[in-house]
Design a protein around this ligand. Structure first.
Ligand code: DGY
Length: 419
């Protein structure tokens, strides 16, 4: 096995805190929702039992209403802000009170399909299936109360793309007043130029305070939130996850549940379709407070192919968009359109390349019959990781690594790319 693959396995093992994986030591010392779904798929390449444990431990954080929180605080740590005391949610183990892109059902289906120990896979997946169903029902109920077809996020952290320029306009409306003192730890671990700005944090915490005041009750949060966005990534990932859940339901669910999931798929497919922006050649975010589309192109807007929701014309437009981006940077896929004035190649979600985004985009390109471009995206992903190490993200102009090091999902993606 090559050195980088050994390092990738070693990184997942080193980030293991007892059946769950931290994204990286210090910067993110707890279990994060979508990070864990990727970590599980990475573990599944060499340790299936450990992969299942990752998912089971994440589900220890699931709320009674079905929501799977974005952070599960299994064990205390002073390395992170905002910790459990700021969230003030009622759950054991302690959790945050918002969610993250629902990759989980996709990970479970993948583990289930690939597992050699069939009896074990049957038992584990059967136990997990109801939790996935409850989580997808929560998305529909809590995050599409108005029946728009797509689901909303109420905090940039729910997208996983904290400081994406797609949120700039909406975040400018979020007040900077907080009742919680800001005590950032992230900039003690990582160069501040690679992280969100101080003002961003005031608004992030304003939202947390607002939801805390709403008692973490979904309808009140939805009504009170000054930030309410349709994120093309969350919607595409949920649509893909619903398709994977439907496959699991054929084995573990009732006929009625299969029909229910199929109906949600149809509705979400139509909802995602309304986010398509023909001029930009990708799916765009939508601000649901002023009901206006957001023009800036982000890599999240390429995931309609991952969702199997693109028409041939849309796939062709996405290929053209990627071709244009490829003319501006050395490594695909920058998280922000490199022609946008908002593009910053090293600052968190404003430009860098992310391994797991690339992995999903490449999968979608293969589905669309664009094998050569899929291969290019995979080759670029391998090139930046093998060149710079298992970093959190990479500069698309020169491949330099940035953010945290020894990162779980980067390790997982490198293992998945090894076949
Ligand atoms: C952070 O703290 O940087 C995370 O993205 C929040 O989930």
């Amino acid at each position: 096995m090559s050195g980088i693959l050994e390092a990738a396995r070693a990184t997942l093992r080193a980030n293991d805190r007892g059946g769950y994986t931290v994204p990286t030591a210090r910067l993110y010392p707890f279990q994060w929702n979508w990070d864990s779904a990727f970590a599980a798929m990475g573990f599944a390449t060499f340790d299936t039992a450990r992969a299942w444990r990752e998912i089971e431990r994440l589900l220890e954080g699931q709320w009674a209403d079905g929501m799977i929180p974005h952070i599960v605080f299994h064990a205390p740590s002073d390395d992170y802000f905002p910790g459990p005391a700021v969230w003030g949610t009622i759950h054991t183990p302690p959790t945050s009170g918002i969610t993250q892109p629902p990759v989980l059902a996709t990970a479970v289906r993948r583990l289930y399909d690939a597992a050699h120990d069939r009896a074990d896979a049957e038992a584990r997946a059967a136990a997990i299936y109801p939790a996935l169903l409850a989580s997808h029902r929560w998305w529909r109920r809590a995050r599409d109360p108005d029946g728009r077809g797509f689901v909303a996020i109420l905090h940039p952290w729910e997208s996983g793309m904290d400081n994406s320029p797609a949120w700039d306009g909406a975040m400018a409306r979020v007040p900077t007043e907080t009742s919680t003192p800001i005590a950032r730890r992230d900039t003690g671990h990582v160069d501040h130029r690679m992280r969100p700005r101080g003002e961003d944090y005031l608004r992030y915490i304003h939202l947390v305070d607002c939801f805390h005041a709403a008692g973490w009750e979904p309808a009140r949060m939805y009504a009170a939130s000054p930030f309410c966005m349709a994120d093309p990534a969350t919607n595409a990932i949920l649509l893909r996850a619903e398709r994977d859940l439907l496959e699991l339901a054929r084995r573990f669910g009732s006929v009625a549940e299969q029909a229910e999931i199929a109906a949600r798929i149809e509705r979400l497919r139509e909802g995602l379709g309304t986010l398509w922006n023909a001029r930009a050649g990708l799916w765009c975010a939508r601000d649901l407070i002023d009901d206006a589309p957001v023009g800036v192109g982000i890599s999240a807007g390429l995931l309609g192919l991952w969702a199997r929701a693109a028409t041939p014309a849309q796939s062709a437009a996405v290929v053209a968009t990627l071709g244009r981006w490829a003319g501006r940077v050395r490594f695909l896929v920058p998280s922000t359109d490199p022609d946008s004035p908002a593009f910053e190649p090293l600052r968190y979600w404003r430009g860098p390349v992310w391994g797991m985004m690339n992995w999903m985009i490449a999968d979608g390109l293969d589905w669309a019959g664009e094998a050569a471009l899929a291969a290019r995206v995979r080759a670029d992903t391998i090139a930046v990781i093998d060149g710079a190490g298992l970093c959190e993200y990479f500069d698309p102009t020169d491949g330099k690594g940035a953010g945290g090091t020894d990162f779980s999902w980067t390790a997982a993606i490198r293992l998945l790319l090894a076949g």
